[in-house]
Design a protein around this ligand. Structure first.
Ligand code: B12
Length: 227
């Protein structure tokens, strides 16, 4: 590995630390610097932002739960997305991230009923928009019937469902019957989030379970090629 790459890897680890510490301004500056020096967006999101929040996992259990720390880290993630990642993706549309919402289809997106985690879903929404999809963001704590009603209203091609707590996972299975009842059996259901990572698509009654947002974009690309 070249020294330049090693230095950048070191910076991206530093970015993860800044985000985890909730140092939003410093994180924005460093993310900007990384992208300007040629570090790719996927690595900044995966190794800088997602890693940072995952590192907080240990602080989010029964004995130790520092809400403020987690919320500050969440804010830092959103600031890096809004101020650095999105403008960068917009500017470099020629790299396959065309900022042209709706060109590739409509995704109705939300976090499942009973679950209020939305940081991952927000990242998914932003990157989908940048990749050319129209995103209807229903927010969090969304009932299966609401996914179906909104998919009908917006003539959606996809439903994207996020789930981080296992106790609410069973609601995901209810989305397909709700869509079918609304005459939308052609709609593709995508699921993601820490709770569903270990599950397979069949047991969740969905079409695809993504480990991360980039895996989902890869799957959508394959679907588009098959059309
Ligand atoms: C931040 C956080 C919170 C924040 C949420 C802030 C917010 N606005 O989202 C706050 C403090 C509010 C919170 C609350 C709670 N939390 Co919490 N939280 C976390 C933490 C530390 C990070 C989650 C996160 O944001 N990750 C970073 C994002 C970027 O990753 P991500 O969501 O996985 O998303 C990526 C992919 O999964 C994927 N993806 C996500 N969604 C989707 C959707 C689609 C369609 C696709 C294709 C892809 C995709 O793309 C993203 C980018 O690649 C996790 C620990 C962990 N390791 O996950 C615990 C965790 C999820 N929380 C947990 C718990 C228990 C709770 C509480 C119940 C705690 C409590 N006792 O009150 C409450 C939830 C109440 C409720 N009803 O929902 C547990 C869940 C355990 C379980 N298996 O059920 C975890 C795993 C912590 C733990 N180890 O115990 N939490």
């Amino acid at each position: 590995m070249g020294t330049e790459q090693m230095a950048r890897d070191q910076f991206v680890r530093q970015l993860a630390v800044l985000v985890a510490n909730g140092q939003a301004r410093e994180a924005v500056e460093l993310a900007e610097k990384l992208l300007n020096s040629g570090y790719d967006v996927q690595s900044v999101v995966e190794n800088g932002l997602t890693k940072a929040l995952e590192s907080l996992d240990v602080k989010c259990n029964n004995d130790q739960f520092n809400l403020l720390e987690i919320l500050l880290a969440g804010r830092a993630v959103m600031e890096v997305m809004d101020q650095v990642i999105c403008p960068h993706l917009d500017k470099h549309g020629e790299h396959g991230w065309e900022a042209c919402p709706g060109r590739k289809g409509t995704v109705v997106l939300g976090t499942i009923l009973g679950d209020i985690h939305d940081l991952g879903k927000n990242i998914v929404a932003i990157l989908l928009r940048m990749a050319g999809y129209k995103v209807v963001d229903l927010g969090k704590d969304v009932a299966p019937a609401v996914f179906a009603a909104e998919a009908l209203r917006h003539d959606a091609d996809f439903v994207g469902v996020s789930n981080l707590i296992t106790s609410t996972m069973h609601h995901i299975k209810e989305i397909r019957p709700a869509l079918e009842e609304a005459g939308l059996s052609h709609v593709t259901i995508l699921a993601g989030g820490a709770a569903v990572r270990q599950a397979n698509a069949k047991e969740l009654n969905v079409d695809f379970v993504a480990d991360n947002v980039f895996e989902m974009l890869g799957y959508l690309q394959i679907l588009a090629m098959e059309e």
